[in-house]
Design a protein around this ligand. Sequence first.
Ligand code: IPE
Ligand code: MG
Length: 260
Amino acid sequence: MGFTDFVSNATYDLYEAKLEKEVLEGQMPKHVAIIMDGNRRYAKDVLKTDDTSEGHRRGKDKVEEVLNWCLKLNIRVLTIYALSTENFSREDSEVDYLLKLIIETMYELADDERVHKNRIHVRMIGDRELAPEQLMDAVKCVEERTKDYENYRFNIAVAYGGRQEIVSAVKEVARKVKDGSIDISDIDESSISGHLYTSDDPDPDLVLRTSGELRLSNFLIWQLAYSELYFTDVYWPGFRYIDFLRAIRSYQQRSRRYGT
Ligand code: IPE
Ligand code: MG
């Protein structure tokens, strides 16, 4: 490492420590949701390779890190968008690779000391009918081992689509009307939210998306009605602790008035 790098790393560390201290003094979001985006562009633009799997692999490693950051900052619920229903229409080889990484992640979490020590309940949210059997085996393994944990919650959205989630909630409600267990006039917001995958989580306080895209892409569209949105240009594999801290500081600086 040259002298300039040394100085810039030291400056960076100082800035990170200062930011962390500031953030720890503020109100922490209870639930952070992340749209991880930019893996393929990272491979191409930063790693200078056409092999997109390299970008996805680094994206997976980043998830590991983010979990540590959440524990450090005591953020109780983390939800990540690992694979949307739309992502299934990518080339088979890419979908297979993404699924392989997700399966690995599930098994690693099932054995992860951090998960058990911190009592993190890990779950898949998404359409289980669309999930291949191998994925479901991995999901069942981690869900079974962590089902009694209540300290933290880690939701991994796979085969997930926000509109589909609402459609299935509406179907559940309609079924209850049909069998007479509820009346149409009883239907309210909580009847819908109570049938979403995230029914027992607080709504996200903050949703962040990497790679400069300014869209929600069908992610938690009901739950995000009042959430703060934060967008950053960095590609997901290049997302650093300092970027995460900035997102939280931005959340802390905005006043949440719910339109009043
Ligand atoms: C996000 O990165 C990975 C997934 C969650 C599927 P992309 O694969 O969308 O990479 P870009 O956005 O094309 O760079
Ligand atoms: Mg993308």
